[in-house]
Write a new protein. Structure first.
Lengths: 158, 158, 158, 158, 158, 158, 158, 158
């Protein structure tokens, strides 16, 4: 018995903002007709960096400019994570992406189910994060497969 | 005074997947016109066993294959239990059904009202689980009677 | 600025079942056009007493018959209290109404705002319960006035 | 295997203040050598009634005098209930004892194990409170037996 | 990727009731087409002061009149703060506005994101409150800019 | 029956730092032999203002200097409030003392019993804070009387 | 750097009561000098079955006799699980041991770290329980090794 | 007024394990006579990597070897973080240290005060983590200064 059609699943897509993984997951979920509301951090890198000074006024010092921006971004991210049913956390091969790991820890403490998404070469470095997750995917398509199964009970080819 | 019509009750049906008890409860609730959204684990046994390797990729070792599958299934079950108003837990006469007892403990710690459903011959073995429940039913029809009463205040024949 | 029209307030009406106070509150709220969804325990005394044996099967001993009934009733009451924004608790001049005081304590521990409703002659006996409430009303009309003010900001004659 | 000697169990004794049931439980636990720290509301009726005006200053109106007293008493009772492992709630045959039922509801919402203590003639009126308890005792000696078993695993005569 | 259109953000506007800052934020959010449901305390000062005696009956002593009014107002404010995604707290240059600071502390303990709104001359006095906030705005327009960014990812001029 | 001697009560003294009210409460509790561990914010005004730059390094801008200081002070105050059984909040006649009101709101959301301490001339401005408290004292001696009663059950002259 | 010597770790040993696994873990922890306070359910099977009727009085019906016993046992088990740092859950090859699975679910919902202990032949049936655990041991000695590592950082032979 | 001597502060030191920052903080706190109990993850890199296979048995696949090790390590780290008053999170210039960021997110969701410790060159990459902290230190000595101030109210040179 599948969950009733009325239920919409809220999935937060945390992490890397330099590849099209979110679009691929959304497209895949759309093709599968899944009742999912996706949410995410602001993925426009420049806007995200200016989130504080662009809204609350100028600030000359880099540390505080970042501090202001991170505060404004946190209003969005923490609200959406608290509202999410499932949190997907993507780690790419560039940058340190500490905010993705932070989101994973935040989600874990709240008891949210987590799916991580990254290449095998990051496995050892991400072992604590993966352990806190319910599953580790290698491709956006696998995340769609997980969502389809979780929501409808159907496996690929099933 | 009954609860207003607008309220929909979310009932999670945990446990045994080899008999038609869920269908009977859903049919009974439908006949009674109860505003209930039922949810459940994936009840296709083969799909459930393949939930991990069917979505996240192959795995040769049985322990880890099960581990992957249980992780993916937990995304569904724990989300739906957290969202439920009432959790019904069914124990059949076959298999060990430790996941049903696990769901009961999980629900109890969250303060969810539980109704257990099983034959009298399991009473002694299930005494701790039954004690954590608000009631123990013997038939699917009794569960429907409980739901009708809880939602509308009507007793059978009332 | 009043709360936006879209918000519906959920008000649970706990306590005495032998007078028409619930109907008067509901009628008053209806006349005032307040967006309130009222809920309540099952107020049919006979049905409430038979809630267990009427759904889960016969039981000869009085203590356990009551125990079964209280379990089934608790599925309803605790679910609706947890879902409520406001809990109104009515104490009449008959019976001991320990379940009303129990509901008040349960609501207080959950941080729910409580309004008590009773005559002044019960004040001393109810002082602990009244202290945990946000206000004590003497009439159903006063409860409607509180709800109108809380929801719309309008005082009677205002 | 019993709990290690180092553990001290905190038991809160709520309810009736006009008989010696607390002393009997404490004496019984002392004779059994149980590592229990008992706590209770202030049981001097006159002092309890004057808790507000005796500490925070005079007040002419009866309602507010009670309100002040109930506030000061709640500092004690709610702190001790939150700190308790087990809450025993006693109902006698006099007075309405709504504060005892309130404490029971408060404890239940916090997930505290409850033992009720009252005569059989109050069973029907207390059915909701008893249902939320882990057990109902008829005598102070039975409460001691429960504590001894819970702490040491020994039954009477065992 | 912006949050999906279906999501409505609930924003509670706490604090000063003697200037038009709420109207300016609501107007700005309306012009920007943001899916926001605003809520607020009752901002009619006279009604707010009479919230208790205007609903629950006369009271001669000033302290208790205020006490009754604050209780009724708290039903509204605490319910709306608990339901809010974001809490904006405004401090003006008049009055002590301790209730605004109280709301900020209440929101912080609940983990709600806070935006404070006040002039720079209050910075030192408000440093603890500002530290608990995700950002400090100087104008209502800046609050709108924060909301637009948080909800749509768009910066002013972006 | 008093609480057992082993229990030590933790009382946090929040608010005004320019009079000797804390010393008077501590002295009074000491004379009464009460088992209380008092805690408080750093009450050296100059040190408190320099808490950030004195530990984490220089900062030229006043807003961020305060921000750093408030962060370091919050490590102390929020830890001690979370660990407290009772929170006393003092408002004096100078300064705006928004941090005291913030502490009160923070404590209220955590379910901590609060006692406020202030003159009657502040009653109207503090009505929301007082409503969230279990009692309002006018003098430090009254706070001691409350603590003595709460801990030992003894009233002054009793 | 190891945890400081002052910290004592509380470990609850849930599950099978027909073999000596608890004694072996306790002996091993003792030999390793680990600062652990172990706790457990009452492991005397006959006493456990009589926990209700042996303390609260006779009861003729088997279902209610079990119900009473399970209530009294739950006072012990749920208190000790809530107080535990780590929960070890043992499944043997006999009986259904639903209470062990219930304890695991209860612990998981509370965020307690779990270690399961069972033979490989139970792996498939216990996959959901194992997935909620931080590790699965095959022998009591492995549990001791986990505890020693967790507490002191030392591996066997390390 | 300083916190009473009896209080011991529990500080968890998360993050980098390749420099002596923990020893420097502990030495500094020791010299200052601060009542602090420090705790930390296992900092022996080889032991930490073998935490799973060294206790629970061999495993050939790298992913699952890491998975087992991360599970055993999480028993320690999550227990100690939950028990901590303050969490210090250190980021060094090598490795990705995602577990440190994960710990920060986990601590933030639990409401624990956080102090981050890292060089300025990591500021931009760590802005989300720093925003969730109460302060950012550059040296171990600054962390000691923060602890001394938080616990005793004394600033360096004060």
């Amino acid at each position: 018995m599948a969950a009733p059609p009325a239920r919409s699943w809220r999935v937060y897509l945390s992490g890397e903002i330099h590849s099209d993984w979110r679009e691929r997951i959304e497209a895949g979920a759309g093709e599968a007709g899944l009742p999912v509301e996706f949410s995410a951090p602001v993925t426009d890198h420049a806007a995200s960096d200016d989130a504080g000074v662009g809204t609350l006024g100028e600030e000359g010092e880099a540390f505080w400019r970042d501090h202001m921006g991170a505060g404004v971004n946190a209003i969005r991210t923490q609200t959406l994570i608290r509202a999410a049913d499932i949190v997907v956390v993507r780690f790419g091969d560039k940058y340190r992406q500490w905010n993705a790991a932070f989101d994973a820890g935040f989600s874990a403490a709240l008891g949210k189910p987590i799916v991580t998404l990254h290449d095998a070469e990051l496995d050892h470095a991400l072992k604590e994060v993966d352990r806190a997750a319910q599953g580790t995917a290698r491709t956006a398509e696998q995340v769609v497969d997980v969502l389809r199964y979780v929501i409808t009970g159907q496996l690929p080819g099933g």
